[in-house]
Design a protein around this ligand. Structure first.
Ligand code: PGA
Length: 247
């Protein structure tokens, strides 16, 4: 039985003060649930968020790492820096990073491997564009992205990964994939993981849906057999996030 994981992806929202105010207001309603709850916050909010969730089972994640340990990479953040302050999760290869910051499938793989080597849980994002869906290549795209993301990741580490299926056309648009569309893609991801690692391993890997998840569609999506929770953007910044966690 896979434990559901519901992660808020705050993107570039909330200052440290706003972070404290939001977490203080919501933490009692989203902790102590049967699910794993993670807030993936901007780097400068991490320390505040970690302090604010102390004494709860809420986890704090970052939204990116650099794939190298250290060095001349101005403006970047390493996995060691995150681990040292208590961060446990990191979003890898979000479509906004692929789209605006040139991240590639192989770069995603390098970052996933670095996260695992340092003990961070990578939330690896995959998903098709609207054109790709219209061209009928959704399943090919998510299979390819998943295969490359998991290149050279041994099965013991693969089990620790979370995959987020996020159709790009559903992100921030108010258009949600139907539960059948989301299930089809999440199942395809589980199938390809099964081809790589065998079904005993792929059955343990958690696969989230992301893209305009709200309090009104969360329960239908999260009850699908291959959907193990969600990666939630806009709605994770609102009090309603509580309803998504307690779907
Ligand atoms: P959204 O974002 O929920 O605002 O669509 C999801 C995401 O980008 O992870």
């Amino acid at each position: 039985m896979r434990k559901k994981i519901i992660a808020g992806n705050w993107k570039m929202n909330y200052t440290p003060k706003e972070t404290k105010a939001f977490i203080d207001a919501i933490k009692d309603k989203v902790s102590g649930t049967p699910h794993e709850v993670v807030f993936c916050v901007p780097y400068v909010d991490l320390a505040t968020a970690l302090e604010a969730v102390k004494g709860t089972d809420i986890k704090i994640g970052a939204q990116n790492i650099h794939q190298e340990d250290k060095g001349a990479f101005t403006g970047e953040i390493s996995a060691d820096m995150l681990v040292e302050i208590g961060v446990t999760h990191v979003v890898i290869g979000h479509s906004e990073r692929r789209q605006y910051f040139g991240e590639t499938d192989l770069g995603v793989n390098a970052k996933a491997k670095k996260s695992l080597a340092k003990g961070l849980v990578p939330i690896i994002c995959v998903g098709e564009s609207l054109d790709q869906r219209k061209q009928g290549v959704t399943i090919d795209i998510v299979r390819l992205q998943t295969r490359i993301a998991f290149l050279d990741i041994p099965e013991g580490d693969a089990k620790k990964c979370v995959v987020a299926y996020e159709p790009i056309w559903a992100i921030g648009t108010g258009l949600t994939a139907s539960s059948d569309q989301a299930e089809e893609a999440c199942k395809a991801i589980r199938d390809v993981l099964g081809e790589i690692y065998g079904t005993a391993v792929s059955d343990e890997i958690r696969i989230q849906y992301g893209g305009s998840v709200t309090a009104s569609n969360a329960s239908e999506l999260f009850k699908m057999p291959d959907i193990d929770g969600g990666l939630v953007g806009g709605a994770s910044l609102k009090p309603d996030f509580e309803k998504i966690v307690n779907f």
